[in-house]
Design a protein around this ligand. Structure first.
Ligand code: UDP
Length: 328
């Protein structure tokens, strides 16, 4: 069986590639290395069943070529991270809309099963505890930078839905809620790797807004098997499915947990959203998934706690530091 993975050198993509190879798949990976890193694939770089291609999902011909012969397509490539969306708005829209269209169309022509990674950003400011897949989207103006990512991902979902309904494409959409773990970088905004790096460097942990906003963080190793399971699940075809944890934490609590787990002497420094992200940024105060559908479809049940997630991110960043030191 051959799987084509877009965004293969990214944080989630690289874990997925490893899992697919360990299950005996032949894997072709594509990544433009904008936020992905080849070192994420260090464990599998020489694997005989793995081929990695550096290129963009905006290159329609390349996407078609690489999809040829694939039974499974996992579309994870996207412009992600609050800072990327803010600083490269147009490029992000193009990648997330046109790039996804290329992948969806190629999967359809190939007759492959497709999984498209979407996001909890879809729900916007809907702060209901236990967001279900058919809940309303509550969004600010599309002229506010925060919402352009959600807009693009919503277009992606509608595209997948139209291909599924009109052409019979076998596709599932997954809405990922704050997936974290080893290899995620904080450079583009994600809070846990940022806090861990700051704590390890003895810098202040930068809490934005009141810090009372709530998130649920899910370990990437809980998410990856569910991605594979959902792609094979006939009952999931044509659906959007939430994947996330139900363990709620405020960003203030998170900062304290990271300080404690690292034994850091860092303090906490608050700043406004305006200072952190510039004008036009809004945050959602609470984002909690209801993952009943994923549980019913593939038995999804995250096993790793927030404390384990933090410990794994600390270990990952410590190991990366050790390897830099040993190289110098
Ligand atoms: N956040 C923060 N400090 C940081 C980075 C992020 O307080 O250095 C906040 C951010 O404003 C948001 C939460 O942490 O309220 C989660 O941010 P992230 O970008 O990881 O994910 P998302 O906003 O997509 O949930």
């Amino acid at each position: 069986m051959r799987a084509f993975v877009t965004g293969a050198a990214g944080f989630i993509g690289s874990h997925l590639v490893e899992e697919l190879l360990s299950r005996g798949y032949e894997v072709i990976g594509l990544d433009d290395l904008s936020t992905g890193r080849m070192r994420n694939l260090a464990n599998v770089a020489d694997h005989p069943s793995f081929r990695m291609v550096s290129g963009s999902i905006l290159d329609r011909q390349l996407v078609e070529e690489l999809t040829e012969g694939a039974e499974l397509v996992f579309h994870l490539a996207a412009a992600v991270g609050a800072f990327v969306i803010r600083d490269k708005a147009l490029e992000s829209l193009r990648t997330n809309i046109h790039g996804t269209h290329n992948v969806v169309d190629a999967a359809y022509r190939q007759g492959a099963r497709l999984l498209v990674a979407s996001t909890s950003e879809i729900y916007g400011k809907n702060s209901k505890v236990g967001l279900r897949e058919d809940d309303d989207r509550v969004l600010g103006s599309p002229l506010k930078s925060r919402w352009s990512y959600a807009e693009a991902k919503a277009v992606d979902e509608s595209l997948v839905d139209a291909y599924a309904r009109e052409f019979g494409l076998r596709a599932v959409i997954v809405r990922l809620f704050n997936t974290v773990g080893p290899r995620q970088t904080g450079r583009y905004g994600m809070v846990i790797p940022r806090f861990v790096r700051q704590a390890l460097d003895g810098e202040p942990l930068t809490v934005y807004g009141t810090g009372e906003q709530i998130r649920c963080f899910c370990h990437v190793l809980d998410v990856v098997p569910a991605l594979i399971g959902l792609l094979y699940c006939d009952a999931a075809a044509g659906k959007a499915v939430n994947l996330g944890s139900g363990q709620q934490v405020t960003i203030n609590q998170l900062a304290h947990k990271v300080i404690e787990a690292t034994g850091s002497s860092s303090r906490i420094e608050r700043s406004s959203y305006l200072e952190a992200y510039g004008p036009g940024y809004e945050d959602m105060q609470r984002r909690v998934p209801d993952c009943t559908l994923a549980r019913e479809l593939v038995g999804f049940q995250p096993a790793r706690s927030l404390d384990e997630i933090i410990a794994d991110v600390i270990d990952d960043q410590m190991a990366a530091r050790r390897s830099v030191v040993s190289l110098t």
